[in-house]
Design a protein around this ligand. Sequence first.
Ligand SMILES: CC(C)(COP(=O)(O)OP(=O)(O)OC[C@H]1O[C@@H](n2cnc3c(N)ncnc32)[C@H](O)[C@@H]1OP(=O)(O)O)[C@@H](O)C(=O)NCCC(=O)NCCS
Length: 176
Amino acid sequence: MKIRTASRTDKDDISRINLAAFPEEENKLISNLATDLLALKTTPITLSLVAESEASTVGHAAFSPVTFTNCESIQGYILAPLAVKPCRQKTGIGSSLVEDGIRRLSKMDVDILFVYGDPKYYGRFGFSAAIAEPFKPPYDLQFPFGWLAMPLDKALAKEWSGPIACVPPLCNPELW
Ligand SMILES: CC(C)(COP(=O)(O)OP(=O)(O)OC[C@H]1O[C@@H](n2cnc3c(N)ncnc32)[C@H](O)[C@@H]1OP(=O)(O)O)[C@@H](O)C(=O)NCCC(=O)NCCS
């Protein structure tokens, strides 16, 4: 299995994986988010990763930049969405995508990474509610316990707090 950065030609595979992985009530919303993020040009970059196995795409993750109203010097990202082809789940593909993304963001000197998801799953990578707590997400959360973050620069993490803003494709209250 190989993780690589996605290009425009991966759009259909990324859409298919997200449609298949998420429940019907939200799969179109999230598939559209995934393809919108793939097309999005930001500074710093929005990173879309795909997992490939035997010439087929089996997983996808997107990492987009967030900004901090109170402090321009912090570099933050959010992981959303993350999806693995259902027949290939629970074989480590999701973990590889998350870990590869964390490695790439660390090399880019990113300070903090957010995610809105299952604490049991994301806790294993170092995400915690305590780290996310000082930061206000852009919308009220349906599941506040799922607001998580991990510091990539441990030395500075304690000093930060305040509201965060996301890229336009994530500015939809239905996603939160
Ligand atoms: C959530 C999701 C991305 C996780 O991806 P995944 O590839 O299944 O995750 P992993 O294989 O890395 O880990 C999942 C489980 O498999 C286990 N696992 C990891 N490698 C394994 C292996 N080689 N063999 C067996 N099990 C393994 C992990 O321990 C973990 O177990 P647990 O959570 O039951 O304790 C995937 O299930 C998915 O696409 N779900 C639907 C969409 C979704 O909910 N996305 C997240 C939104 S926040």
